[in-house]
Design a protein around this ligand. Structure first.
Ligand SMILES: *Cc1c(COP(=O)(O)O)cnc(C)c1O
Length: 345
């Protein structure tokens, strides 16, 4: 069997129809450049509507830029950023957050299941308060987390409240924000600004857009000069409408949530099939579109030989990560399970 859809990453998927149609519509003629176009205006307005807040919105090319530039806008070079030890900003952004903030240091916090333990914040802040240590200034949360778990609104609120007590601003890496909202069944406002988040990096690529993330500042004051930061960082698209129009397509009739819900459902289906296979163990609660499983090494090798692509050891050696996308089908999931069941037998 040769399948053309895989579980390696949710960014292996293509562009969803809603985003594609919007790109085609945006291609109908000439438009004003550098974000002064009607598509960008409408997509930003729609984000303000969805978040029930008069937020400031910017569209950038990818998640690394969104995280790095938003964190840079919260910190001076002598500050530090607290995040979970598995956070993408620490493990997978080639120190771009430190680079764009001119040296803000990332300090790591522990916590089970990829989630920051709020008690660790105080420990990190009070570890040192002297002038020789980088002053903690921001807390970065990943929603959904790197292990596919999600923070509830109460958990976000507790973390943000603790952070604010120590004068920290709160940034959210929402590369899979749609999956988190779909999983929790809450309003986007409830797990962001109402819970104390100051700025959100809202992921588009993994949700079904070709490329691009929205940086959403709930506190407009923090967005001051962010347009200059984007331009200097190589993140101001001249044909901005092709970054923003897909957002309009995704947001205007709820496609972003529909696709996220579907990806989550495929992960749930995959997890419940896998856990019935002897020798296979599910490693984290499946709360979004990721399934982490321990698959015997010999079986994993055979799955790869059959053409299935997925990563092992992204977080811990020997642990496989299976990501579902907006276009993952029940046949993909059932086919994978059937192949593994046969291999395990
Ligand atoms: C994918 C991802 C990003 C963004 O990565 P880019 O490749 O820079 O777009 C950011 N945070 C998390 C948690 C991710 O999984």
């Amino acid at each position: 069997m040769k399948q053309n859809r895989h579980f390696a990453s949710d960014n292996y998927s293509g562009v969803c129809p809603e985003a594609w149609v919007a790109m085609v519509e945006a291609n109908a003629g000439h438009e004003v450049s550098y974000g002064n176009d009607t598509w960008t205006q409408r997509a930003s307005d729609l984000l303000r509507e969805i978040f029930e807040k008069d937020c400031e919105v910017f569209f950038v090319f990818n998640g690394t830029a969104a995280n790095s530039l938003s964190l840079a806008s919260l910190c001076q070079s002598y500050h530090s950023i607290l995040c979970h030890e598995l956070a993408h900003i620490e493990t997978s952004e080639c120190s771009a957050p430190e680079f764009f903030s001119n040296g803000s240091k990332i300090l790591l916090l522990g916590g089970a299941g990829g989630k920051i333990d709020p008690a660790r914040i105080e420990g990190a802040v009070n570890k040192r308060t002297d002038i020789h240590y980088p002053k903690p200034r921001a807390l970065s949360l990943t929603q959904a987390t790197e292990t596919g778990t999600v923070y509830s609104p109460a958990e976000v609120a507790t973390l943000a409240e603790t952070a604010k007590k120590f004068g920290l601003r709160v940034q959210m890496d929402g590369a899979r924000f749609g999956n988190a909202v779909a999983s929790l069944g809450v309003s986007p406002a409830d797990i962001t600004w109402r819970a104390g988040v100051d700025v959100l990096c809202f992921g588009g690529s993994k949700n079904g857009i070709a490329l691009g993330e929205a940086v959403v500042f709930f506190d407009r004051e923090l967005a001051r000069d962010f347009d200059y930061r984007c331009k200097q960082g190589g993140q101001l698209a001249s044909k901005m409408r092709f970054l923003s129009a897909p957002w309009l397509g995704m947001l205007k009739d709820g496609a972003w949530l529909r696709h996220a819900r579907h990806a989550n459902a495929m992960a749930a289906r995959l997890s419940s099939g896998l856990e019935k296979i002897p020798g296979v163990e599910i490693l984290y609660p499946v709360q979004s579109n990721a399934v982490f499983a321990k698959i015997p090494a010999a079986a994993e090798e055979k799955l790869h030989a059959l053409g299935w692509q997925f990563y092992t050891g992204v977080i811990t050696p020997g642990e496989s990560r299976l990501m579902c996308s907006w276009d993952t089908t029940t046949e993909d999931v059932d086919g994978f399970i059937a192949d593994l069941r046969e291999i395990a037998a």
